[in-house]
Design a protein. Structure first.
Length: 143
């Protein structure tokens, strides 16, 4: 796509996924620079409105990373994130945004390699899909 670089907003759990991202950066593991990280205390605190605002602000994809199920510091936050992800998938489809532009995954604090893998895969998948704007009827502003 003649140099298209997707814009990705990543919401990361403070206790696990953000720690993995920090470890990847500290170890200088190469990972995509076009991923903007937003730290949340828990993936369960990811408000659906934040995802919609990210798309409205020009994100081509949104990534939500949390603790593995059963390892949440807030007991059930990642299960809440999973339910919200399902709800958002249906909402995005109604808005004309392909639901595969919103990805939920689990990355533990010691999994810096997995953080690199997940973010790299997300950017590659979005590169293949092309830019969001102009890709469908609901893609022109999701406010």
């Amino acid at each position: 796509m003649n140099g298209f670089e997707p814009r990705v907003v990543a919401f990361l759990c403070n206790w696990c996924s953000y720690s993995a991202a920090d470890a990847a950066g500290s170890a200088r593991k190469p990972h995509p620079p076009n991923v903007t990280v937003i730290r949340l205390m828990c993936s369960g605190r990811m408000d659906p409105q934040l995802v919609l605002q990210a798309f409205a602000a020009g994100a081509d994809g949104v990534l939500v990373l949390g603790c593995h199920p059963g390892d949440c510091h807030y007991r059930e936050g990642n299960y809440k994130a999973r339910r919200r992800h399902a709800l958002l998938g249906r909402l995005l489809r109604q808005l004309g945004i392909p639901p595969n532009r919103l990805v939920l995954d689990w990355v533990g604090a010691t999994e810096s390699d997995k953080f690199v893998e997940v973010t790299t895969r997300m950017v590659e998948d979005l590169r293949a899909l092309g830019p969001l704007r102009g890709n469908g009827p609901g893609a022109q502003g999701v406010a």
